[in-house]
Design a protein around this ligand. Structure first.
Ligand code: ATP
Ligand code: MG
Length: 451
């Protein structure tokens, strides 16, 4: 018989360690580790092989459901992000800031599915059925085929859901339900982890697609660490611009589809509407005349999007002028300002500089460098960029402009949005409807743009 093993266990999330440390390494909470003795009979390898019942083994070829039978929500942008529709038996997490529209999206998807003859169970732990009914009224959702489970005990709710036998279960939100037998605060890591695990087992054993919503903390994580992310099949984040009605749905994990796909919605009085022409939504038509604006095209998932970088540079009264960016990394902003200063002779050392990206999109590709550099140059000189001209290119520290990936698709999108020319690296093949103005150096691009 093996010796009993002493150690410490986190009372919040169950993380175990042999030696005491002040902070749980899994959930990050302080002073939550408690001494415990691991049951020697169950924990040793020898004991477990002797006593355990053998696990279920199936031949891969014999597993039923080889053909994919996902069902679309018929909300185009939602299906795009899901990879074509909802997969039966999948577990998904929809994270987002409070008020961004998670419940709205879920209710609209539920309504579409119910209209297609599927049954939906909606666990409203956060709101009363009356509140959900009010929202449904605003969204023009009749409610046939949608059963509300007003319950915060997950076990009771799952018992009710079992008798409903739905095609889709929505848990709104995961932070509002509790699991019996777990001593931890509501929405705490231990509760979340257990609720996630129980929902996973429910989804897999009943083959019911299950969506749970979750609030995001300020740092951008679904509250209660990333405990749930590795557990679920799909993680979607719903983001909104600070102002404005555009909402972006992004998959950061998807076991059934691409993860770089982004869905674009507009929040209206009657709910979320799919945006059919996102580029038009991202381009701020009126700002074109102003200085500091430059347009580029990025590839988000499977589609190109035209968007606008806006910059403002004003003389600063601070000893260390401010650099503020939203939608692009501040480090990138510093880098491009340094390139402009050293390679182009445009110095913003005594100016406060602000740079933003239209529509709340985040620039993740260096392909947008040239547009950012030109927007900054235009802001520093306070001269508008030539109209109808867009920019594509990565900018090196030397100031040279490098080619971007998939230039044809980006140029085609810019042409579609009415741009007549695009400043890009040499050897960029033009496409119909738009000229390419080749440049080797960011200095030449600035000269062309601010001519
Ligand atoms: N009459 C209305 N007209 C336009 N937009 C509305 C209207 N009523 C609500 N909204 C929008 O719906 C949002 C609330 O949506 P919803 O309740 O789905 O968000 P949520 O992400 O579920 O929030 P929570 O985290 O609080 O549950 C509001 O922030 C607002 O943008
Ligand atoms: Mg909600």
């Amino acid at each position: 018989m093996a010796r009993a093993q002493k150690g410490y266990r986190c009372r919040e999330c169950g993380w175990e360690t042999v030696g005491y440390v002040g902070r749980c390494q899994l959930c990050g909470e302080w002073n939550v580790l408690e001494p415990y003795v691991r049951n020697p009979g169950r924990s040793t390898a020898a004991a477990s092989t002797a006593e355990a019942t053998p696990a279920r083994v199936v031949e891969l070829a014999d597993v039923a459901g080889a053909e994919e039978d996902r069902f679309p929500t018929t909300i185009d942008e939602f299906d795009r992000v899901l990879g074509g529709g909802i997969v039966p038996g999948s577990l998904a997490l929809v994270g987002g800031d409070p008020g961004v529209g998670k419940s709205t999206l879920m209710l609209q998807a539920a309504a579409r599915l119910a209209a297609a003859g599927r049954r939906v169970a909606y666990l409203c732990g956060e709101e009363s059925p009356r509140q959900v009914r009010l929202r449904a009224g605003r969204l023009g959702v009749g409610g046939d085929g949608i059963s509300l489970i007003a319950e915060t005990s997950l076990d009771a709710a799952l018992e009710a859901a079992r008798s409903l036998d739905p095609d889709l279960l929505i848990v709104d939100s995961i932070q509002s339900v509790y699991c019996e037998g777990i001593e931890s605060r509501l929405g705490g890591p231990a509760q979340l982890g257990e609720a996630g695990a129980r929902l996973l087992s429910w989804a897999k054993t009943t083959e019911t697609a299950t969506f749970m919503t979750g609030h995001v903390t300020k740092s951008g994580e679904v509250a209660g660490p990333r405990l749930l992310e590795h557990l679920v099949d799909v993680v979607l984040y719903f983001e909104g611009a600070e102002h404005g009605a555009l909402r972006l749905l992004r998959a950061t994990k998807n076991r059934f589809g691409a993860t770089d796909e982004v869905g674009v919605f507009e929040m209206t009085g009657a709910g979320l509407a799919s945006v059919e022409n996102p580029s038009a939504a991202f381009l701020d038509q009126e700002a074109e005349q102003a200085s500091g604006c430059a347009v580029t095209a990025v590839i988000e998932g499977s589609r190109p999007l035209a968007l606008e970088v806006q910059a403002l540079a004003v003389s600063s009264s601070l000893a260390t002028p401010r650099r503020v960016s939203s939608g692009l990394e501040t480090a990138r902003l510093h880098l491009l300002l340094a390139v402009l200063s050293r390679r182009v002779g445009l110095n913003a050392g005594d100016m406060d500089v602000v740079a933003t990206v239209s529509g709340g999109l985040r620039l993740r590709e260096p392909a947008a460098d040239l547009a950012v550099a030109v927007a900054l140059a235009s802001a520093i000189r306070d001269r508008p960029v030539e109209q109808g001209v867009a920019f594509l290119g990565e900018v090196a520290l030397s100031g040279s402009v490098r080619p971007v990936g998939q230039p044809g698709r980006r140029l085609a999108e810019l042409a579609r949005m009415g741009f007549r020319a695009c400043v890009a690296a040499p050897n960029t093949q033009p496409v119909e409807g738009i000229e390419v103005w080749p440049v080797r150096h960011v200095r030449d691009a600035v000269a062309m743009a601010l001519a």
